[in-house]
Ligand binder design. Structure first.
Ligand code: GLA
Length: 394
């Protein structure tokens, strides 16, 4: 992480809340996804990258078997949980994510004897579709792993963080967000094969191409737990079963998807099959140094998510169309859908796209969107003592 000298002060808050200095401080970034949406739980391919915004966890061991968690973003909601009593459904709200990680580690045979104190701080907007919950899980996972000397490999920590979210929090998300947060490399996107777990770093340097990736937080808020995400998963599983494959990853051509009788399942399958194809095309273009060429794929992905997968939302459609009309090379909704952010590929240093989107929102009486540069950054890392004390980090 770099360039976010700012309000992130988990080490200082650790002292205020628990006394003394933390033993370890970890920062885990949020993610953007260049392309490959709703493909992870279909065992397909995704191409996310880590942002330079994230969640910091300053941590120390305890001796009383408690998991004590405080967050600067939830000052009125401290959590003091006996580790031995952690069980799915026992914790609600933001603390369920780090508590779920402790539970998943315990279930995996790592009881975290003595417990831990975790001080959480974040500069990542919540609910914006930038995976703040995965970042919280990953920072907590690294902190607990580090404190208790477990030394688990990062892909394993990603799986345990996903398990926390699926089985403890009860949100049926895939493996993309945790993988992006833990495994990304600066200046690259992470190609992840969600069946095999194989990864490759794919060069992604917009500035070198005279371009920029712009995140548009549409302000519309989403909740993956609201049932529509789970419904899409079930539709995909049903489509795969009807096509006689274990997952839609194994459907190689849109024509095969088109053989489904049910029009809804046909559209869902078509999205997944074409999106997997777009990921592979994007990787080929990036490997050949043609980021601009990826623009058309981004817009095709959006159209597919809007028309076939039906997870787009009005603010995203307006933002994407305004971006394209104002000179973006490509744009699309990002993440699970129904709210959150869009991503636009734009000429560097140009304000026409953000101005056009802001004007379209104003014309509809919608609150103004927020814009962030999406800088392909490094995955989670341990901060040196003092780097998380709020006086700046770099
Ligand atoms: C959310 C989930 C991910 C992934 C995306 C859609 O971000 O957490 O696992 O399924 O939606 O691509």
């Amino acid at each position: 992480m770099s360039g976010t000298a700012g309000p992130v002060a988990a080490e200082r808050w650790f002292g205020d809340w628990f006394g003394g200095r933390p033993e370890q401080t970890w920062v885990a970034p949020g993610r953007a996804n260049l392309i490959g949406e709703h493909t992870d739980y279909n065992q397909g391919w995704v191409l996310p990258f880590a942002l330079d915004l994230g969640v910091t966890v300053a941590a120390g061991r305890r001796g009383d078997g408690m998991l004590a968690i405080r967050s600067r973003q939830a000052p009125g909601a401290p959590a003091d949980l006996p580790l031995a009593a952690l069980a799915p459904g026992a914790v609600t709200g933001w603390a369920a994510y780090p508590a779920g990680v402790a539970w998943a580690l315990r279930e995996d045979g790592h009881p975290l004897a003595g417990g831990a104190s975790l001080a959480v701080d974040s500069d990542l907007p919540e609910g914006a579709g930038l995976s703040s919950s995965a970042a919280l899980e990953c920072a907590a996972a690294l902190a607990l792993d580090g404190l208790h000397g477990l030394d688990l490999p990062r892909p394993r920590l990603a799986t345990l963080a996903q398990r926390a979210e699926n089985d403890f929090v009860g949100v049926p998300s895939g493996i993309m967000d945790q993988s992006a947060s833990l495994l990304s490399r600066a200046g690259h996107a992470l190609l992840l094969d969600c069946r095999t777990g194989a990864t490759a770093d794919v060069p992604l340097d917009p500035a070198a191409a005279g371009l920029a990736l712009l995140i548009v937080d549409t302000g519309a808020r989403h909740a993956l737990g609201d049932g529509r995400y789970a419904q899409r998963r079930r539709e995909c599983e049903r489509a795969a079963a009807l096509l006689g494959v274990s997952s839609l990853r194994d459907v190689s051509s849109p024509a095969e998807a088109d053989s489904l009788d049910d029009p809804v399942l046909r559209r869902r399958a078509r999205h997944v099959v074409t999106e997997n194809g777009r990921v592979k095309q994007a990787v080929a273009l990036l490997t050949g140094g043609d980021l601009a060429g990826v623009g058309a794929l981004l817009y095709a992905s959006h159209a597919s998510l809007r028309d076939d997968f039906e997870v787009s939302w009005p603010e995203a459609d307006v933002a994407v169309d305004a971006a394209m009309a104002a000179g973006a090379l490509g744009a699309r909704m990002m993440g699970g859908g129904f709210g959150g952010s869009a991503l636009a590929l734009v000429p560097a240093g140009q304000r026409a796209v953000s101005a056009a989107i802001t004007a379209e929102f104003a014309g509809r009486g919608w609150p103004p969107p927020a814009f962030f540069p999406a800088l392909p950054s490094a995955g989670a890392s341990r901060l040196r003592p003092g780097d998380g004390d709020g006086t700046g980090r770099g």
